[in-house]
Design a protein around this ligand. Structure first.
Ligand SMILES: Cc1ncc(C[n+]2csc(CCOP(=O)(O)OP(=O)(O)O)c2C)c(N)n1
Length: 527
């Protein structure tokens, strides 16, 4: 016989879990000691939201579910935002929450709320581990459901009395990933027919292309056919922005170049695109023939009503399409989008002037120069995110992490911690002052476990994006102004390197010395 909490830890080991991010509570005492005695490292965090963002970004970068752990009631509700982020950003995550003993859940009791129902709204599946003998199957199912296309969050609730019971069951073997069907040959013929009719096709590439490892066949397809590509915020890096076919991101360019290119195309093919990420109304006019390649049928939406939907494994669909197009007699106009690309590049290539405060967009070229193509930038949410999406050229998949499904502030610092654990490259968290202070306490977690990343803090003493939108609508803003602590002193108090550059030369020096060299914070005053 085996104690349930030991079995749960053994199931996590069997799933290959290396880190569980969480914050303890009395009701999870057994599980904590079981984790201590396992090969899984428990990383205590400073706020459960941080734990969920860590698991979220781990899942997004690796395809393996990140795991976060919280206690019942307030621990669980604190976890919820990051779990919802994984849900809408399609990132595999398994959340585990403790619960009071089964004998007290039928009545009002201390810290007990209906966590199952609450988490049901932001997960693909969840269940209560109400019997010792269902734990092994439930953990396997939580990982299987979280990781399979489209990935997302799942949740297990462990009542404290069940955790202390015993079972004869043992962990289940994860086995191979579920194999997804390849594309129907007739559907490929139909895409080919659309391509044959087209002289100016364009690809719009989303999160799904990065997630399903479709970048390699996409690059081959683009190279062979000369079709231009626009990515969504979460599709950045699927095709390198150094490639002459890239029209960067939907919001790139000083003059809506990607949107104008889409309007000028005569066929739009989306690859791994979710409408949760970017409203099609913003970029698709509705008239041009539309082909949707994804692992799920398109959401029903008047503004995005595909003429053809190919629902299959995305990587294999692009691979097969590339094969079929080799002798397809396609006659695309060459380089019709060249002026758009040049406009976009001119906008990216900004000069840092001697003025301080800086602007986010003028700082990004310096950051790009210092970061290697495989280094990872994790963006927070706000005005700086829009600038990063539009103006930070990305060369490899999963190297510019932006949450644009749920788009929650506060992800950058915990996300960078998870990235630093997951990848062998330098990591930078870019954040506004608003989002930074939401989860800045995770700097302590990062230093305690020996992480090394740089926080690039764009300080405008404002919830900048909101005041920009208000000003655009009404000419004024309200409820957005902030005052801040002295960020350099704040960083010093965590024992990390800190910089507040005041000239372009100082900024360049700060970024050069900080990136890849321990934990650091660079405060950049921005207009
Ligand atoms: C958790 C959360 N709360 C509120 C919002 C709405 N929101 C989006 S951007 C933004 C302002 C962000 O301010 P800051 O972090 O300082 O970045 P900036 O816009 O100044 O670059 C707000 C409040 C959100 N996306 N997430």
């Amino acid at each position: 016989m085996m104690k349930v909490s030991d079995l749960l830890a053994a199931c996590l080991e069997r799933e290959g879990v290396e880190h569980v991010f969480g914050l303890p509570g009395e009701e999870m005492e057994d599980l904590l000691f079981s984790l201590r005695d396992s090969s899984v490292t428990f990383v205590p965090v400073r706020h459960e939201q941080g734990a969920a963002f860590m698991a979220d970004v781990h899942g997004r970068l690796t395809g393996d579910a990140g795991v976060c752990l919280a206690t019942l009631g307030p621990g669980a509700t604190n976890l919820l935002t990051g779990v919802a982020d994984a849900h809408l950003d399609k990132s595999p995550l398994v959340a585990i929450t403790a619960q009071g003993g089964l004998e007290r859940l039928h009545q009002e009791s201390h810290q007990a709320i209906d966590v199952l129902r609450t988490f049901g709204a932001v997960t693909k599946w969840n269940t209560q581990l109400d019997s010792p003998d269902i734990v092994h199957e439930s953990v396997r199912k939580a990982f299987k459901v979280a990781q399979r296309e489209k990935p997302g969050a799942t949740h297990l609730e462990l009542p404290e009395d069940v955790a202390a019971e015993e079972t004869a069951t043992r962990p289940m073997d994860p086995g191979d990933r579920v194999s997804f069907a390849g594309p129907d040959p007739d559907a490929l013929d139909r895409i080919k027919a659309y391509l044959r009719e087209s002289s100016r096709p364009i690809l719009v590439v989303g999160n799904g292309a990065v997630r399903t490892l479709a970048a390699t066949p996409l690059r081959e397809f683009v190279d062979a056919t000369g079709v231009p590509v626009v990515s969504t915020y979460m599709g950045k890096g699927a095709v390198s922005d150094a490639d002459g076919h890239s029209l960067m991101t939907l919001d790139s360019g000083g003059d809506d170049e990607p949107i104008r290119a889409i309007a000028e195309s005569d066929l739009v093919v989306t690859v791994g695109y979710d409408i949760a990420e970017h409203d099609p109304d913003d970029w698709y006019g509705g008239e041009t023939p539309l082909v949707h390649v994804d692992s799920e049928p398109a959401e029903v939406y008047e503004a995005y009503d595909p003429d053809l939907e190919v629902v299959a494994d995305i990587e294999r669909t692009v691979e097969r399409l590339h094969e079929r197009c080799q002798d397809a007699d396609l006659s695309f106009e060459s380089r019709w989008y060249q002026d758009y690309r040049e406009g976009i590049l001119a906008d990216v290539d900004r000069e840092l002037t001697a003025d301080s405060p800086f602007t986010v967009r003028s700082v990004l070229p310096v950051l790009r120069e210092v970061m290697a193509p495989e280094d990872v930038l994790v963006s927070d949410v706000g005005s700086h995110k829009m600038a990063i999406a539009a103006n930070f050229p990305t060369y490899e998949p999963n190297t510019c992490i932006i949450s644009n499904g749920f788009a929650s502030m506060g992800i950058a610092v915990p996300g960078a911690l998870a990235a630093d654990l997951a990848v062998d490259a330098n990591v930078v968290a870019a954040t506004g002052d608003g989002g930074f202070l939401m989860n800045a306490a995770e700097i302590e977690t990062a230093t305690r476990i020996g992480c090394e990343f740089t926080i690039l803090l764009f300080n405008d003493e404002n919830y900048g994006l909101i005041s920009e939108h208000q000003a655009a609508h009404t000419g004024e803003s309200f409820g957005t102004e902030l005052t801040n602590p002295d960020f350099v002193t704040f960083a010093d108090s965590f024992g990390i390197e800190s910089y507040r550059p005041e000239s372009p030369a100082e900024l360049r020096r700060a970024i050069q010395s900080a990136v890849g060299d321990g934990m650091s914070l660079i405060e950049v005053p921005v207009a």
